[in-house]
Structures are given as C-alpha cells and as structure tokens.
Design a protein around this ligand. Structure first.
Ligand code: NAP
Length: 472
C-alpha cells in the first residue's frame, strides 16, 4: 500500500515488508517514510487543521458516521487483514474490526456534544456584573502513534475523537502492522473527510519519531506503546498536550472464597488472548495459599486445551507472536524464572513465533516474569497469606493499568478497589476487559490521560475561558 501525505497517496523507492507472523510470508509493502515526509505531512496537517476547525460538528458527525457504516459493512475484510498482519486468531480479528466500527460510531456521537459551561463569576469577590463562559476548541494538529497489537481499534481510539473534536490528525502506525491504519485512512477519505484532515505516515518510529514529536506545529500527541518509547516522547515533546497509554504487568488476586472454576475460565481467557500481547493481559495471578494447589488444578486443563497454530484456521485458539524475537524473549524469561526456583506447570515450548500457552508456578515477585511486562502467553502464579499482602504484591510494580480480584466478600472487593493502584479494576473478572466507551487509561508508569471517545475528546481539545465585562 502507499502512504497518505499532503492529500495524496505516495510511494517511495525504499519499502518496508509487512509479514504474516505465522510463516513470515510477505503480505504487502509500505513506503519507508523519512524526515522530509514528516515535514510535508505536518505542513499539510497545519492547513488541514484550519479546514477541520471550520467544519461544523454536524458535518464531522456525518463523515464519521459514514466511515463507521463502511467499516461495519467491511468487517470480514478488515478482520482478516488485522489477523494476517498481527497474528491474532481470526475470531479476535473480526471482533477488533467490529469494535473499531463502534469506536468510530461513538466518536461521531461526541462530535455533537462538544460544549462549554457558564461560570458563575458573580460568586467571586469583584465578579458582580461579569458573565463567564468556557469554550472547547480543537488542539490543531494531533499526532497519533499506535502499537502493533490492536492495529485498527487503537488507531480508531485516537483518530475518531481527534476528528470528532475538529483536529487534523497525523497517524504513525506500528511498522509491523501498518495496513489496517492505511485502510482506515482510505475509508475516512471515502466517507468525505477533507484530504488534508488525515495523513498516514509509514516508516520506522526510531527514524522519524523524533522529528514528528518534537515539531512545534504539533499541538497534541496521543501515544500508545511501550513505557520506554513513551518516556522518550515525553522528553522530546516539549510544551504540548500528551496522552500516554503504556504497558503493564496486570495482576489478578484470587481470594480463598473465590469460585476457582470461574477464575480458571477468566485466566484462560484474559491471559492468553492475542498470544498474551494485550496491554491488560493477566500476567500475575496472586493466589491465596489455602487454594493455591486447587487453583492450579482447575487452570491447567484449560490452558493445555488452548491449541496453537495458523491464526486464520478457525480451530486455532492462540496464534503466533508478532515477531520471533518476542517469542524468544518470553522463552528466556520463563527459563530464567525456572532457574531461580519457579516451575512450568504446562507449556514452556517455542516453535518459531509460536510460544505455547504456559503456566509458571511458585514465581517470586522479583523474577522478571513477574516484575517486568512480559507481553506473551504465560502467566506467573504466586501465593499470598492475606489480603494486605495480596494488595502489597499487586502494587509492587511501576505499572498500574488494570487489575482483577475474585471474591464473594464485599469488604475485600471494596478494599481492593480503594487500595490497588490501577486505572481499571475488575471485581470477579480478569484485568483484560474493556468496553470502548468507558474511560480507559493507566496510573503510575502505565501512563496518563484517558481514552474512550467522550474522555479522549476532552484530551483532544483546549478549554478557553471567556469573560464578558458588562457595564449594566
Ligand atoms: P512500541 O515499540 O513502543 O511502539 C509503539 C509505536 O511507537 C510504534 O508505532 C513505533 O513505531 C513507535 N515508535 C518507536 N520508537 C519511536 C520513537 N522514538 N518516537 C516515536 N515513536 C516511536 O510498542 P509496541 O511493541 O508496538 O506495542 C507494545 C506495547 O504497547 C506494550 O508495552 C503494551 O503494553 C503497550 N500497549 C499499551 C496499551 C494501553 O492502552 N495502555 C494498549 C496497547 C499496547 P515502529 O513500529 O516503527 O517502531
């Protein structure tokens, strides 16, 4: 595919191959953008921002609604593309495609709800006779940098609210999975978006990222990806609005009164979807000592039943990881844990990009498989003695994106919700659950700012305060 810069689909002599992670076959190529393309894209986006800001909310609603309708009609094609370039199983690809259409629908609705409020200035000393009102205005040029693991829906979570709020957006998709974002760009243009309202720039983040995020023409950066890249972007961004959706090593707490079958179902679902490459995957299962053995017995057959293979085969439950080096990393971290006292209960083998769904028991908090973000299909099980210890273990991390607890005890559930330092908290389910309309984002080094169209529109706008100094 070509990239979309300055209102045109352009190619470059230098290409990047997009591979199917299952067999490394080439699906397509994209141009390798460079600094000059960043400059052209930002120049065009600056014009696009003026066009978008002048577009009435009703027109922005119509364009996004039309785009969502096209996406919904093409769910199968988009789902297959997601699955091919990313490696997630086809059922997950289809689900992502239909969620993405909903995210754009939700964003369209927000285009009609961007409002300010009146401020009762006469409540302040010296405020009598003044009339105050706030206005929400678009930021201008928004740069949206997205990760490989949800190549369509996470792009929609940025592009939808940015356009709904009247911004121009420059998308920088992940180099491993750029095709879904390019398709989305095609669809937005087909739906009537002004040509300079969206740019989609392909190329290596390491090569073009600095130029993109440091440029003063950019007023807002919305980034989803790893903690380290996020930190680099924050340092280079200077004085701009920034949203950071970063990584995690999300825990589940299994209390002694938990229904262990329910927990096993939840862990098998939330620890291994997309081969564990979900920012809110269950990574650490903190389990009450009293039920530790019974829980492992309940979980083991469920994980053993997760068949691996070609992601496009409907029988496959867990597909390949996005790159072989990531599967090798997971293999190394599991081996390292075993060499320091942990044990593999099931799984633990690698075949190319496929890492078998794995349970590692007797994990100590300081092992890398527990304290770093694993981002792979293995969960680490650790025993605890009481709820205070469980909460301390859950919080013993730089991250704070999502967490779950299984208990029937209301006091324990409420204590968990109050004391666990996490942006999303789930009672009687694992950390991996998201409705696209809810406020979503992390605490601590999992980032700041929220996604979910209503909340992201706030992040994509600036608030102005207007004061009328009335004489009467
Ligand atoms: P990544 O390596 O950080 O890459 C994310 C994006 O940043 C890619 O588009 C990448 O481009 C770009 N990039 C790389 N270096 C850059 C630089 N110096 N300046 C600007 N952009 C740069 O992350 P990933 O491997 O794609 O995704 C996995 C990570 O994302 C995990 O940590 C996961 O937890 C996190 N994540 C978080 C959420 C959330 O909502 N909190 C959701 C999904 C994923 P290239 O691909 O060209 O390198």
């Amino acid at each position: 595919m070509k990239m979309h810069v300055a209102g045109q689909w352009i190619d470059k002599p230098q290409k990047i191959e997009v591979l199917n992670p299952y067999d490394n076959s080439v699906i397509d190529t994209v141009p390798r953008g460079e600094a000059a393309d960043v400059d052209r894209a930002l120049e065009s986006a600056t014009r696009g921002a003026r066009v978008m800001a002048a577009l009435p909310g009703y027109e922005r609603w119509k364009i996004l609604k039309k785009a969502a309708e096209i996406m919904a009609a093409r769910t199968e094609e988009l789902g297959r593309l997601i699955s091919m370039e990313e490696g997630k199983v086809i059922a997950e690809g289809r689900l992502e495609a239909s969620r993405a259409a909903e995210t754009i629908t939700g964003s369209a609705e927000e285009a009609k709800r961007i409002h300010g409020e009146t401020i009762p200035l006469d409540g302040a000393p010296g405020g009598a006779g003044k009339f105050g009102v706030t206005l929400r205005v678009p930021c201008g040029v928004v740069v949206a940098i997205s990760p490989f693991n949800f190549p369509l829906n996470l792009v929609c979570h940025k592009v939808g609210p940015a356009l709904a709020a009247g911004n121009a957006v420059v998308i920088k998709p992940a180099t491993d999975t750029p095709l879904s974002a390019l398709k989305l760009t095609e669809i937005l243009l087909e739906a009537g978006l002004p040509a300079e309202g969206v740019q989609c720039l392909t190329g290596s983040g390491g090569e073009i990222g600095d130029a993109l995020v440091a440029d003063r023409r950019v007023r807002k950066i919305t980034f989803t990806g790893s903690r380290d890249v996020g930190e680099r972007i924050c340092r280079l961004a200077g004085i701009k609005k920034v949203t950071m959706e970063l990584g995690s090593n999300s825990p589940i707490i299994v209390m002694p009164d938990a229904d262990l079958d329910k927990v096993a179902v939840a862990v098998a679902a939330t620890g291994y979807a997309n081969a564990g490459q979900v920012c809110i995957s269950t990574q650490r299962v903190l389990t009450a000592g009293k039920v530790y053995g019974d829980f492992l017995d309940a979980l083991t057959p469920r994980v053993a039943a997760l068949t691996t293979g070609n992601q496009l085969d409907p029988k496959t439950k867990v597909g390949p990881m996005v790159r072989e080096k990531d599967a090798v990393r997971v293999e190394e971290w599991v081996k390292e844990a075993v060499s320091t006292g942990a044990r593999v209960v099931v799984g633990g083998e690698r075949r190319g990009t496929i890492y078998a769904p794995t349970i590692v028991a007797d994990v100590k908090p300081e092992m890398r498989i527990s304290c770093d973000e694993l981002f792979g299909p293995a969960v680490a099980v650790t025993p605890f003695n009481n709820i205070d210890e469980a909460i301390a273990l859950a919080n013993d991390t730089i991250y704070g994106l999502s967490a779950g607890i299984f208990t029937e005890n209301l006091e324990w559930a409420m204590k968990f919700a109050r004391e666990v330092q996490s942006g999303n908290l789930h009672i009687n389910w694992g950390p991996q659950w998201r409705a696209d309309l809810m406020p979503y984002g992390g605490l601590k080094e999992s980032g700041f700012g929220k996604e979910g169209p209503r909340y992201a529109v706030e992040e994509m706008t600036e608030l102005k305060m207007v004061v009328f100094h009335l004489s009467g």
